[in-house]
Every structure is written in structure tokens, then in C-alpha cells.
Design a protein around this ligand. Structure first.
Ligand SMILES: [Zn+2]
Length: 525
């Protein structure tokens, strides 16, 4: 039996943050050598970036019947007329514009009285806004299952995350996610084949940056994960899965510093990026090792967890640290300065962390409608449990959640690169697409303006991926990966839920049809 009741610990540990060395260069010869080496590195980096781009954003294919049946507006010359343009750069919205799509690209953003291209299909979108397609940075293709979950919150081992190859990609696309990183795989061949079939036009779905299988250390938490036997094993796994076609990697909770260091070096050698959901390794340690990104905001840093031992996970996985490391504190400032100096991005995953003063939020009807009844029932059990927790415990959880939000804002204010993704696991109320929208709403609740939150959910992800020349914002020449919503999310962020069309490579999909096709399937397949 596994008990999901998380334990909060209170004892505060301090730790030293190592200062990083500054190198000084002397002499012309040394500078010449360094210039030559830098040029060579830049060239190969550019070549690698090009192949990553070709892999994640291949040219659009002819759609087969299984994808074509969800299309509302076939690709061609399309005019989105009288629309509000929210371009994803945090710039003020442009009112009453006409956005011209030509094939897979954005051709122009013009005055709504300017002449339209001959033969354009015109959609009158008065009262609507167009946004860049979301770039989901913690968007798994699996769900979480707790066999025989009881009302007490206990369930039978093993904990599993069943693959949602059918429903997840449809829900992501319907929710406006046009590109995503899977951020850890439990069925890597399924994910890679799914990506291929989407890219071939055989199945509907977003552009996928497929992450390799979790680089996890020794543990028995998830039965589907390989357990690394050391640094050499980490290198082997990275090489093998990169050769199979995965385009990113992720370290997991029990990975050690040596294994993570080996994985980072190997991933970087291949010109790819690596993130992690940490526990045994602290955020500071991972930053010093050269990691590119850290998952779950500041919620899983174990640095000040009581009893933290080197290379050992803690039972609370950072719960005590986020409760104690308040925004504005010396510890928070030091950590954030270290992350910014090392160019480590942070992925905000607020929906999976979300708690309210009364426990976890109720399941919105639109989520319940796509969830398998047994998955929804499991969530209801877990929610009842958190609502019945003692008042002081609920207050502490909520305070920690609010502090995690405040730390994300402090990170951005200090120049940090914040990414967004919902993480469809946790208590089971995080559902692809819908919860990508929820993530952006929660960023606004955290204190970002709606335009800042939209940028975090679009352009920031594209920039981290090195794909901002193609996606993440609205400008002529960029890919026509766009969301059309009714209303004005720059004023009322909840309008981001009112998706009428999702354009991917200039083809307009019908979100309602996609959602209807997975009614009561999420949690099953
Ligand atoms: Zn996750």
C-alpha cells in the first residue's frame, strides 16, 4: 500500500552557495585561439540547432482522414478579419486588425480596411482575439493511476502512469497547444511513433519535442522507469535514445550528482537540452552542474528540507524548503541569482501544485466531461481528503503554494526565464490542454499581467527551445500556429478558455470536435 498524504517537515537547514569563478584572458594568441574555437563551436551549434528545428517543426504534411475530420478551416489563403492581435511579446494588443495566413505562414497583419488577397477565405472575428499557439513545456503524454485507491488515500503498488497516446494529443491541440515538450517518457517508442504519425498527417496533434525516458536513480516509485546504475549508464541511455530520435532529456528525483553531471555533458555534446524534476540533487547543485531547466517552479528544491543528505531524496521533495524559503529572503535571492547567472530556466507547473484555502480545487465540468468516470472518481476521493485535512495543515499548504507563486515572480523580476506547462499527473485534476490554459490563469493569479503570462506560455517556451524564429509570437513570416479565442484575454485571462479555432501550420482545427472525440477517454487511453 502507498499512502499519498505528503508530510511537511519544519526544521530549517542552511547551506552554502558556492560562488562561481571568473576567468580573465590575457594575450593575443590566447584570444585568437579562443576566437577560432568559438567559431567552430558556433558553427556546429548552428548545425545542431537546425536539425533540432527540422525534427520538432517539420514541414506540414498532407492530412489523412483521421486528422482531416477535425479541420474547420483547410489550409490556404485565410483572412482573420477584425481580430484583436495579442502577439505573445508582451506588447499592447492591436485592435481591429486583419491577419493574413498564406499556407503554413503568417503573411501579414494589416488594417482591417486594407484590401484582402484575391481568393482569401475570410473569417469575420469581431469580438475575438488571436494569440500565438501555446508552447507547453511540461506536457506529458500519460496520466497517473493509483490502483484500488481508497477514500483514505491508500492504494496498491505499483504506481503507474498509463500512456494517453490517443486522448492527450487531441486535448493539447484543442486547448491551443501547438508545440509541446513531453518532459519525460514512460513509453518512448509510443511517443516517437506518435510524433511520426502526427508529422505525417495521419493523426491530429501538436508539434512534439519528445523527451527521452526519465533519467532516474535508484528507487521503486514508478514501475515503468529504468533505474540508473551510475554515470556510464546515464551516458549510454542518453546516446541510445538520442539515436532513436528523442530531442530532449529529463533527470528525475533520485538521480545523483554524478549521474546528472554525466547526463548533462552527454546531452550537451549532442546539442540538446536537459531539464529535471529534482529531489536528491538540489537546485544550486544542478545549476552548478550546468543544467538547462528545472521543473516545478521552486516547489521541489530540497536544499532546506530537514534531514537532507547529499545525493539523497527527502520524503517531502522540497515541501519544507518552499514553505521556508520565502520570497525576498536571503536564501531566495541567492538561489535566484545563481540560477540567472547560470542561465537556468524554470518551468512553472502551477496546476499540479494548485491548492485553495479549502484544499484542492473542484473538478471543472469541462474536465470531468473528458475524464474516464473512474479517474474523476479518484480525483474526487483525493480532493475530499485534502478538504478534510486539519485547518492548520491546509493553511500551510496554501501558504506554500502562494510562496511558490511569489518565487516565480521574483525569478522573472531578476531576469530569469520562466516557462509554463501543467504536468498532467498529481492528484489527477490536471488535464492536457485545459490545464495549459489554467497554468496561464494561475500565472495571472501569481501577479503577472495577462500579457506577461501569455508571453511565458508562448514566446518564452519557443525561445528556450531555440524555435523563436518560427513560433511563439505573431509576426509576418512566422509559422501560422495560432489560437483564436472569443473575448479579450489581455483584460480577462479566463477568456483564454474560449477557443474557437486552433491553427497549426495554417490549418484551422475545431477544438469542440477534438474534445467531443475523447469524451470520458482521458485516463483510459
Ligand atoms: Zn511531470
Amino acid at each position: 500500500m502507498i499512502d499519498i498524504q505528503a508530510l511537511f517537515r519544519s526544521r530549517l537547514f542552511t547551506c552554502n552557495i558556492t560562488t562561481f569563478p571568473v576567468f580573465e584572458l590575457h594575450g593575443d594568441a590566447m584570444i585568437r585561439t579562443i576566437t577560432a574555437v568559438t567559431a567552430a563551436l558556433l558553427l556546429s551549434a548552428a548545425a545542431r540547432a537546425a536539425s533540432f528545428e527540422a525534427r520538432v517543426l517539420p514541414p506540414p504534411a498532407q492530412l489523412g482522414k483521421d486528422a482531416a475530420r477535425f479541420v474547420a478551416v483547410p489550409a490556404g489563403t485565410i483572412a482573420l478579419a477584425h481580430v484583436r492581435v495579442i502577439d505573445g511579446t508582451d506588447a499592447a494588443p492591436q485592435e481591429d486588425r486583419t491577419l493574413i495566413i498564406d499556407g503554413g505562414k503568417i503573411a501579414a497583419i494589416q488594417s482591417s480596411s486594407a484590401p484582402l488577397p484575391r481568393g482569401a477565405r475570410v473569417l469575420d472575428l469581431k469580438g475575438h482575439s488571436v494569440l500565438p499557439g501555446l508552447v507547453g513545456m511540461h506536457d506529458h503524454l500519460f496520466y497517473i493511476a493509483r490502483p484500488d485507491l481508497t477514500a483514505k488515500g491508500t492504494f496498491d503498488a505499483p504506481l503507474m502512469v498509463p500512456e494517453m497516446a490517443f486522448s492527450a494529443v487531441r486535448l493539447y491541440l484543442a486547448g491551443g497547444v501547438t508545440t509541446l515538450r513531453t518532459t519525460g517518457s514512460v513509453e518512448p517508442y509510443s511517443d516517437l511513433n506518435l510524433k511520426q504519425q502526427i508529422d505525417d498527417g495521419r493523426l491530429p496533434g501538436p508539434h512534439l519535442d519528445v523527451t527521452g525516458p526519465y533519467l532516474e536513480g535508484k528507487n521503486d516509485l514508478f514501475i515503468q522507469m529504468h533505474q540508473l546504475t551510475g554515470p556510464a549508464d546515464a551516458r549510454r541511455m542518453v546516446d541510445y535514445w538520442a539515436a532513436q530520435g528523442v530531442t530532449s532529456f529529463k533527470g528525475y528525483m533520485h538521480i545523483t550528482r554524478d549521474e546528472l553531471a554525466a547526463a548533462i555533458a552527454e546531452v550537451h555534446k549532442l546539442g540538446l537540452k536537459i531539464t529535471a524534476h529534482l529531489c536528491a540533487v538540489t537546485y544550486s547543485e544542478a545549476a552548478e552542474l550546468g543544467i538547462d531547466d528545472l521543473e516545478h517552479g521552486f516547489f521541489v528544491n530540497t536544499e532546506y528540507d530537514p534531514g537532507k543528505r547529499t545525493d539523497q531524496c527527502t520524503p517531502g521533495d522540497g515541501a519544507a524548503t518552499v514553505a521556508k524559503m520565502t520570497a525576498g529572503s536571503e536564501q531566495a535571492k541567492n538561489l535566484i541569482a545563481l540560477l540567472v547567472a547560470h542561465h537556468v530556466a524554470i518551468t512553472s507547473t502551477l496546476p499540479v501544485m494548485e491548492v485553495t484555502p479549502n484544499g484542492r480545487p473542484a473538478l471543472p465540468p469541462r474536465l470531468r466531461a473528458v475524464m474516464a468516470p473512474e479517474s474523476a472518481a479518484d480525483y474526487d476521493r483525493l480532493r475530499a481528503l485534502s478538504a478534510a485535512a486539519p485547518g492548520d495543515q491546509r493553511a500551510a499548504h496554501y501558504a506554500a503554494f502562494r510562496n511558490g507563486m511569489a518565487l516565480e515572480r521574483e525569478f522573472v523580476a531578476a531576469g530569469g526565464q520562466l516557462l509554463a506547462g501543467p504536468d498532467p499527473t498529481g492528484a489527477g485534476n490536471v488535464v492536457p490542454g485545459f490545464s495549459d490554459q489554467r497554468e496561464i490563469e494561475l500565472l495571472v493569479e501569481a501577479g503577472f499581467t495577462p500579457l506577461q503570462a501569455i508571453k511565458i506560455g508562448t514566446l518564452n517556451g519557443a525561445t528556450y527551445e531555440g524555435l523563436d524564429n518560427r513560433i511563439g509570437s505573431i509576426a509576418p513570416g512566422k509559422d501560422a500556429d495560432l489560437i483564436v479565442v472569443k473575448g479579450d484575454p489581455s483584460r480577462r485571462i479566463a477568456d483564454i478558455e474560449n477557443v474557437d479555432y486552433v491553427f497549426k501550420d495554417g490549418t484551422g482545427y475545431d477544438p469542440k470536435k477534438l474534445i467531443a472525440s475523447v469524451a470520458h477517454d482521458y485516463g483510459r487511453y
